[in-house]
Design a binder for this molecule. Structure first.
Ligand code: CA
Length: 217
């Protein structure tokens, strides 16, 4: 799960990255509207956390551009503007949720989980395929009831594939979605992780379509 965090308040931006990474999300973070759109068009994100008062482009403008391009991507607005008018405008422009600062981080993470769940049409926090079960809330993973320890990257790859059961995903897309944008040697690292991950799973759970990518289910 890759999230784009757009927040110009440096300390808040840093805490958001820290809290969300700790929960197993991959994050990119930027400090103004222009950078936000640059990264948005460069990468594939599963959710955007968007502040409204931003340098260069205002958050509402960023939201409009994103919505013209993608109607489905969940966007959670963070704003110090508590006026009901701003909230209504944000939701009218296509934000999926709205949180007024200051907020509690537990509330933020609960809303992030809810938006992702809604987007992937999950009924609970678990994804089950055969006897492989991944719990997105606790980041735990079991095979036939036995718990298996995954590294953060292995977890990211597996969750991405399990959420898109039956869909073949290219190595490039998996790398973009799971690795931070600035990490070097991403590709080499990807092949190492996919091979260690496959060894922890039932045989052929992750299938490889030659030249196209990987899928589960
Ligand atoms: Ca701001």
């Amino acid at each position: 799960m890759k999230l784009l965090i757009v927040e110009d308040e440096e300390s808040l931006n840093k805490v958001l990255v820290k809290v969300l990474r700790k929960l197993g999300y991959t994050t990119d973070s930027v400090f103004d509207g222009e950078e936000a759109l640059d990264l948005y068009f460069e990468n594939n994100y599963d959710l955007v956390i968007l502040d409204l008062n931003l340098p260069k482009f205002d958050g509402m403008e960023v939201l409009r551009v994103i919505r013209e391009d993608n109607a489905e991507l969940p966007v959670l607005i963070l704003s110090a503007r508590s006026e009901i008018y701003d909230k209504i405008q944000g939701l009218d422009e296509g934000a999926n949720d709205y949180l007024t600062k200051p907020f509690h981080f537990d509330e933020l993470t609960a809303r992030v989980r809810a938006l992702l769940r809604r987007n992937f049409q999950m009924s609970g926090t678990k994804i089950e395929i055969g006897d492989v079960v991944l719990d997105m809330a606790t980041k735990t993973f079991t095979v036939g009831g036995n718990s298996v320890i995954l590294s953060k990257k292995e977890y990211g790859v597996l969750a991405y594939l399990m959420l898109r059961k039956g869909e073949t995903v290219s190595a490039q897309k998996l790398i973009e979605s799971v690795w931070e944008s600035d990490t070097e040697e991403m590709e080499k690292s990807f092949y190492v992780h996919i091979s260690t991950l496959r060894r922890k799973l039932p045989k052929d759970f992750i299938k490889n379509v030659r030249g196209q990518g990987y899928y589960v289910g």
